[in-house]
Design a protein around this ligand. Structure first.
Ligand SMILES: C=CC1=C(C)c2cc3[nH]c(cc4nc(cc5[nH]c(cc1n2)c(C)c5CCC(=O)O)C(CCC(=O)O)=C4C)c(C)c3C=C
Ligand code: FE2
Length: 422
């Protein structure tokens, strides 16, 4: 295949040409597009060389993408178990995944369609010609990566941080092992479902013989096309979800990113908590609006804290209503989520639906709750303890899956995900 052609024989677009030719190709392109566009091309190249092309999120960086990245529309979450006992196979897998992720983040094919019609193509092909759709890959290591059934399986048990442990059980938990744990995980997010699915499928293909799929869940939010103006996404109970979240670099340094003091290989990484939470939509839909508002402590339509006007107004937990009761009930979700304000997390959740629960003829839907924090046991756990004890929301939800993963910092060009660990 020539550099100027796609595998299907079609000519590359100007954008793809720019990509492949880099600065060396600039003269040619200037000739083709006229002097008037030199500045524009310069800008494009600058952006492209930095990996800042519209629709692309750079794969390499200080932190893994997909954590501080504004949530894309679709998500696939895969949890995997390792079938190999050989650490060098795991290392090679991460090297291959890194290369593949970088390519897919740039909307590149994973390899040539071979000239040999008797071997499978290197890329499955369904994302050919599609944009990168802001795809991100976030890789994590579960506690069982380090120690399984009492065995230090790869000789790395002494590198397992104390923050990476299975969560305790909370009152009301209905955790199913089919939706829990995993040696490794990958969170793939993109603004196009086909692009995201293609990525997951190809990561699994690359991992064949070394990992098996343990569980997998897709998630969604509203699309950009459907959104009239940028706003906080709504969950399946119809409430704005994600209003209070870290937003500044300082917030992220305080709440999300590890400084590596607990384990050097986790520097600039974060600990992910995943809870698959079923939402009892049929029960909720029979609940009157006042009770819905009191359950969250916010107004359904505006997202404002009860007693306030606008979504981003500070909640006043001391304010009383006309009956002399707290405007924001003490057992409301936001009151318990806030506590005394000392525990904070980054929430990056997606709605899911697995269509229907045939045993009950009801919708099977909910929230794939994902949070990132420096320490799940100092941040997520105390919040969840309060909620499990007295959250009004508990009547309408069931926690059915649970997992914790250590997501290391990002990798530099030439390195690979987890290289500081191996
Ligand atoms: C233990 C952590 C949390 C779980 C589990 C959780 C589940 C869950 N949340 C919603 C919907 C909303 N959550 C909101 C706020 C909120 N939730 C948590 C934590 C957990 N939620 C926190 C820390 C907060 C912020 C509290 C604060 O400081 O104000 C809101 C309000 C709007 C917002 O800020 O995003 C909604 C809505 C569902 C449906 C759910 C389980 C299915
Ligand atoms: Fe919440």
């Amino acid at each position: 295949m020539s550099d100027e052609q796609r595998p299907n024989g079609k000519k590359l677009t100007r954008r793809e040409m720019l990509y492949r030719t880099g600065a060396g190709g600039l003269g040619l392109l200037i000739g083709a597009s006229g002097v008037g566009s030199i500045a524009a091309i310069g800008k494009t190249l600058d952006k492209e060389q930095e990996g800042q092309i519209e629709d692309q999120v750079p794969f390499y960086g200080k932190h893994q993408a997909g954590i501080a990245t504004k949530p894309q529309t679709y998500m696939y979450f895969i949890s995997l178990d390792l079938t190999t006992k050989n650490i060098s196979e795991v290392r090679d897998l991460f090297k291959e995944w890194t290369m593949a992720s970088e390519k897919m983040a740039q909307a590149k094919l994973l390899g040539d369609y071979s000239n040999n019609p008797y071997i499978p193509p290197e890329d499955t092909g369904e994302a050919a010609g599609l944009s990168a759709s802001k795809i991100t890959f976030t890789y994590g290591f579960g506690p069982t990566f380090f120690e399984k059934e009492g065995s230090d399986r790869f000789g790395l048990a002494n590198r397992k941080p104390n923050q990476l442990r299975s969560l305790p059980s909370f009152p009301g938990d209905e955790i199913e092992k089919e939706w829990s744990g995993g040696d490794l995980c990958v969170q793939v997010c993109a603004n196009d479902q086909q692009v995201a699915f293609h990525a997951v499928r190809n990561l699994l293909r690359i991992g064949r013989g070394v990992v098996t799929l343990k569980w997998m869940q897709s998630g969604f939010q509203r699309t950009k096309q459907a959104e009239k103006k940028p706003s906080t996404p709504r969950n399946l109970f119809g409430f704005k979800d994600g209003t209070v979240n870290p937003s500044t670099e300082e917030d992220f340094n305080q709440i999300v990113w590890s400084n590596g003091s607990e384990a050097a290989w986790m520097k600039n990484g974060s600990y992910m908590v995943m809870r698959r939470i079923r939402m009892l939509l049929e029960v909720w839909d029979r609940t009157h609006l006042k009770e819905q508002n009191n359950t969250f402590g916010r107004e359904k339509v505006s997202g404002a804290p009860l007693g306030q006007q606008n979504e981003f107004d500070e909640p006043d937990f001391h304010k009383k209503n006309e009956k002399g009761e707290p405007s924001i009930p003490v057992d409301s979700h936001v009151k318990l989520g806030r506590g005394d304000g000392s525990q904070k997390i980054l929430r990056r959740a997606y709605s899911y639906t697995s269509e229907m629960d045939p045993t009950r003829a009801q919708l099977d839907a909910g929230l794939l709750f994902i949070s990132y924090q420096k320490d799940p046991f100092k941040q997520f756990v105390p919040i969840q303890k309060r909620m499990a004890k007295s959250d009004r929301l508990n009547e309408y939800i069931r926690h059915i899956g649970s997992a914790v993963f250590a997501c290391p910092g990002g990798s530099a060009r030439g390195g690979y995900i987890g290289d500081q660990l191996f």
